[in-house]
Structures are given as C-alpha cells and as structure tokens.
Write a protein that binds this ligand. Structure first.
Ligand code: FES
Ligand code: FES
Length: 210
C-alpha cells in the first residue's frame, strides 16, 4: 500500500504537510537575515539610459569615450574607436570571432558590456605585437599559412596566444581545446594547430601590452 500522511509505524515520520511548513519557515528565515537584506539593498551604480562617459584601458592606453550603456565591448572597439581588428561574426557568443583579452584572459567581446570592462586591462589583436615585433603566434600563423579569408583569424590568434603565453609546453589537445569555440568556415584548423605548436616550440613570449 502506498504510504499516506497519516501512516504511522515505529519509526519517527515527518508528514508532507509538516515538511512543507518547515521548508517555508526556513526559506523565510533565509530571506530575512540581515546580511541578505543588506545585499539586496546594495544595488550597483546606475548608468544611463543616456550615453555616459566611459574610461577604459585598451592595449596599454587609457581611452575615454561617450557610449550608450548597452554598448558591447566589440561595438565600442569597432564603432567608437575604429579598432576593426576585432571581428563580429554571430554577435551572440557562438563563434569567438570577437575574442579579446580581459586582464590576460580570453573573453567574447560581443558578450561583454563595455561598461563592465572598466577597471580591467583590455587587449585586442592590435595590441598583441610589440611595435614591429609580432607575437610568436602571429608570426607562426603567417609562416604556416593558418588563414584563408582571415575573418576568424584575429579571434583565433588571441586564443592561441593566450594559450602559448600561459603554457609554452602546450600539446595538440591543448590547442584544440583553446580553439574549440572558434568557428572557421574556411576550415583552416590543421594549420592553426600547426602554427600554434610551432609558436610554442619557439618558446612563446611575454604578452603584448596587456
Ligand atoms: S561575434 Fe562574439 S562570439 Fe561570435
Ligand atoms: S579563415 Fe576564413 S573563416 Fe577562418
């Protein structure tokens, strides 16, 4: 027979009604703790809806622009600052064409609000070389013919360069993992793998202007 709320035997039992009453009381006590109430009241500073002033560190330079708070970092780079090296493919976090570094970590700039990049170091493909000296991954991409139309290339380079800087002993599996979110319609993956491993064998190198 299926147990009911009124079932009783030798073991202590908790009826469903008592359980839900207890759970409701617990939830209420969590909701009303002073720290939780304080956190709920600590709302972030409001920006906008009008365009507002925004100061960012991009490739080692401090840049101040007026931007709508809904502007993504990719849009800001391309449309406000004319830095068109960063590409927008899907504009929804699915292709990685827009990859940049935030504090040295790869990030999809189409999924990052420009205002959320305040206080962080933004590095784009334009900031990867040191003057005339290409990053080893950039050089290896050229030497290993790791691009065709080139649309995915800046994003690929940013991810592969982050990998090589972080792990100069990276393996083929590491490279595949690093570019796993990058869509290349031209199918240059084999040469991207070859180039990145060649850059790693060459010893990698310090990050550009990050
Ligand atoms: S454009 Fe950002 S992930 Fe595709
Ligand atoms: S080289 Fe054309 S999309 Fe990758």
């Amino acid at each position: 027979m299926a147990p009911s709320d009124d079932d009783s035997d030798s073991k202590p039992q908790l009826s469903r009604r008592a359980f839900f009453k207890g759970a409701g009381a617990s939830a209420l006590s969590v909701t009303l703790t002073p720290s939780a109430a304080g956190a709920a009241n600590a709302s972030p500073a409001v920006v906008g809806p009008e365009p507002s002033s925004l100061t960012l560190s991009i490739n080692g330079r401090t840049v101040t622009v007026q931007a709508d708070p809904a502007t993504t970092l990719a849009e800001l780079l391309r449309n406000h600052l004319g830095m068109t090296g960063t590409k927008i493919g899907c504009d929804r976090g699915a292709c990685s064409a827009c990859t940049v570094w935030l504090d040295g970590e790869v990030a999809a700039s189409c999924m990052t609000l420009a205002f959320d990049a305040r206080g962080r170091k933004v590095t784009t493909i334009e900031g990867l070389a040191k003057g005339d000296e290409l990053h080893p991954v950039q050089r290896a991409f050229v030497e290993n013919d790791a691009m065709q139309c080139g649309f995915c290339t800046p994003g690929m380079v940013m991810s592969c360069a982050a990998l090589v800087d972080r792990n100069p002993k990276c393996t083929l599996d590491d490279v595949k993992q690093a570019v796993s979110g990058h869509l290349c319609r031209c199918g240059t993956y084999p040469n991207v793998f070859k180039a990145t491993l060649a850059a790693a064998k060459g010893g990698g190198k310090a990050k550009g202007n990050s």
